[in-house]
Design a protein around this ligand. Structure first.
Ligand SMILES: *Cc1c(COP(=O)(O)O)cnc(C)c1O
Length: 217
């Protein structure tokens, strides 16, 4: 199957309201152009240096919306802020505060998601649910970030039912926080090649797909 056929198939499976974000890490600029030619405008990268090189090669494609989805160190935060429209992977209070300060300095208001771990997973970054509640009032005070939603990555090896339950918990957490705080968490960035159909069932608004569009890495 070609990239075009893969994209076509996915668009048929999901409602129009779900934003399909093409994850292009370890994929070529040519692959990005192929997807672009099929109408794809949302592209995600997880490593800054790799992303900057591709963005340079694609600078004439000015209507691409770039999403950063990788773990972000503060020393790279400025460049990510300057070169991406979305940051899905804000995974600690320290990073959130740092981004907020940078955003104020450069008069930017980046759109971000808070990365949460619904199930504890030592291999993943992000807030545990209890930690997120503790940090909530500090997060509410960050006026330069547009905190739009939650992002989650499931641990490997869950059953279909466990995936559904975990996505549902993420959706409920976003709703509860939106109800009980000044944050309005309307975006749910969840679902990858293995589990996006389940994520969409539980309210995902952005799905991040790599392998199922571009083939294995
Ligand atoms: C790589 C990656 C994806 C895409 O994963 P696939 O299995 O290729 O669909 C999605 N989200 C994040 C954060 C990633 O790092």
């Amino acid at each position: 199957m070609t990239i075009a056929q893969n994209i076509e198939k996915i668009y048929h499976q999901i409602p129009d309201s779900v934003r399909l974000v093409a994850v292009t890490k370890q994929k070529s600029v040519e692959a990005i152009k192929d997807a672009y030619d099929c109408g794809m405008r949302d592209f995600a990268e997880s490593r800054l240096q790799e992303a900057l090189e591709k963005q340079e090669a694609l600078k004439n494609y000015s209507d691409i919306c770039w999403h950063f989805i990788g773990h972000l160190q503060t020393n790279k935060a400025k460049k990510v802020l300057d070169n991406f429209d979305w940051i899905h992977s804000v995974d600690s209070m320290k990073l959130a505060e740092y981004l907020d300060k940078l955003a104020a300095k450069s008069s930017l208001s980046p759109r971000v998601c808070l990365q949460v771990k619904i199930l504890s997973d030592p291999n993943k970054y992000g807030w545990q649910v209890s930690e997120l509640w503790e940090d909530l009032s500090d997060l509410e005070s960050l006026k330069n970030l547009k905190i739009e939603g939650l992002m989650t990555i499931l641990p490997l090896g869950l059953s279909e039912q466990e995936c559904l339950d975990t996505f549902e918990k993420t959706e409920n957490l976003a709703k509860t926080i939106s109800h009980k705080s000044s944050l309005n968490l309307k975006e749910l960035s969840m679902g990858m090649s293995n589990d996006y159909l389940l994520a969409v069932k539980k309210g995902a608004t952005m799905i991040r797909l790599g392998r199922i569009i571009f083939g294995d890495r």
